[in-house]
Design a protein around this ligand. Structure first.
Ligand SMILES: [Fe+2]
Ligand SMILES: [Fe+2]
Length: 292
């Protein structure tokens, strides 16, 4: 057992229980699903929620946000599925393929956790809202460029932003259940972001200037894609001080985090790899950051 522990430092969560059992098939597949989902060892203290200290309005606000998060996580399942097809077509390295497919599994787990969070606040066993990936698909371009461009959008930009916003949100969250869920999701999103930066570096080594051009062309579109999410209307209800301690920020705060992420992480990251960043700093400078 000691040896197993050394091989898999993440270990197994012996206290694992089905996260949102109402979203399972009711067949023997469930056991295999639990085996896959149990891999991560961050235990979620579901029974330590402090949701009962909130007003009805605060609970409704939180239920709305966690439900939207489950929708975003569910969408990410389809995104990594499509990305896996792009990467397979481009004959990406085996480690890139396995980590991309693993990311899709992580997203199922995230969707389950967000769904259970929504239930904690709403009391309702809702199902994930279906939204499907709409990654750009251009059959005429080289497979390497297609795979690289979509990896950049999904992983380098979107997942890197996810890590920065999750870490900031986690810092103000004191509810033990919300804290543990955000921590668990955060640690996976770091791996999802790393996948993109590593593949970008690899693709540039393999494909040279053509890859750099494809990356530069995708960058404004990728930045806009995340900006659209940041700018989106939020569920109705005030973000009270109590709501903030359950894993929620205001749209104005999220804008500042995104602008900071572009300036301090994304732009330096792309520049370090020789990818021109165009007008990214001007587009998402102070004016954009403080527009909400
Ligand atoms: Fe996720
Ligand atoms: Fe992710």
């Amino acid at each position: 057992m000691e040896l197993l522990g050394a091989i898999d430092p993440q270990g197994r969560d012996e206290d694992y229980e089905a996260t949102s059992p109402w979203w399972l098939s009711g067949t023997p597949l469930e056991a295999e699903h639990h085996r896959l989902m149990r891999r991560r060892s961050v235990p979620i203290p579901w029974d330590q929620t402090t949701a009962d200290q909130l007003t009805d309005a605060e609970r409704a606000r939180l239920a709305g946000t966690w439900m939207r998060r489950s929708e975003a996580e569910y969408l990410a399942v389809s995104t990594f599925s499509v990305l896996a097809i792009d990467l397979t077509a481009a004959r990406a390295p085996a480690d890139v393929l396995s980590l991309c497919l693993r990311a899709g599994i992580d997203e199922i787990r995230h969707a389950e956790m967000c769904l259970r969070m929504a239930k904690i606040y709403s009391g309702k066993q809702n199902m994930p809202v279906v939204k499907m990936s709409s990654l750009p698909d251009d059959p005429k371009r080289p497979k390497l460029h297609q795979a690289l461009a979509n990896t950049m959008l999904v992983s380098c930009v979107s997942e890197t932003y996810a890590t920065t916003v999750l870490s900031a949100t986690r810092d103000l969250t004191t509810d033990p259940t919300a804290q543990a869920v955000l921590t668990s999701i955060y640690s996976d999103e770091v791996a999802h972001a790393r996948l993109g930066w590593s593949y970008l570096r690899h693709a540039i080594e393999v494909g040279g200037q053509g890859v750099i051009d494809a990356a530069a062309e995708m960058l404004p579109r990728a930045l806009r894609g995340v900006a659209n999410v940041v700018e989106k209307e939020r569920p109705i209800g005030e973000v009270t001080p109590a709501v903030r301690t359950h894993g929620l920020m205001t749209p104005a705060e999220e804008r500042i985090i995104y602008a900071t992420c572009i300036r301090e992480v994304l732009v330096p990251g792309f520049q370090a790899l020789g990818v021109p960043v165009g007008s990214a700093l001007e587009d998402y400078g102070d004016t954009w950051a403080h527009a909400a």
